[in-house]
Design a protein. Sequence first.
Length: 217
Amino acid sequence: MSERPFVRADLAAAERQLLRDGRFANARVERVRLAGADWIFKDFSARNVVVRHTVGRFLLGREVRALRRLQGIDGVPSDAFRVDAMAMAARFVPGRALASLQAERVGTDYLVALEALLRRVHERGLVHLDTRGGGNLLLRPDGSPGIIDFQAGLSTRWMPRRLRAWFEDMDLSGVYKKWQRWQPDTLGEARLANLERLNRWRRWWFLRGYFGLRKKR
């Protein structure tokens, strides 16, 4: 984006809803409505000076770069930009997190579409790396899937083919975990084999629990 849609000073006139206050090394996250548009606003300005200028800057830059790479994929936050050194924003994706839904709300058609959405992310050379908990996977109001929170996202463009495939399978195992729980009869042998194989690797996964900072939407 060539220009920032808003700056921090504009927030004084915005409708704001706190979604997550975060912890010492996490951003404060708000839904912000400005000029008829809804944004997700992630802000590290309230954190201590060390976090603001190390973890904060790193995670903000990482997520903005990831979302810009994914621009144009329906179901992923779009138009990401840095508000300033301590904050970023992107278009808000409405929906209910899978972690908060009852099983009967999640059908096979949705799971197939979620798998396809995640594969589109992979085609852009990125893996999400935090799909297991369900807090970052959404059921949107129209029944379609959404994926949010790409601060753990990792570029796969530099990886050898087999390593890239392994990371992509790890991402997909988060979807298959929910598929096995909610629609086991339609999971299929190939997806089940992927899930069982990746589950054996989970005990060694270096991002397990995202360093204890995993969040729920």
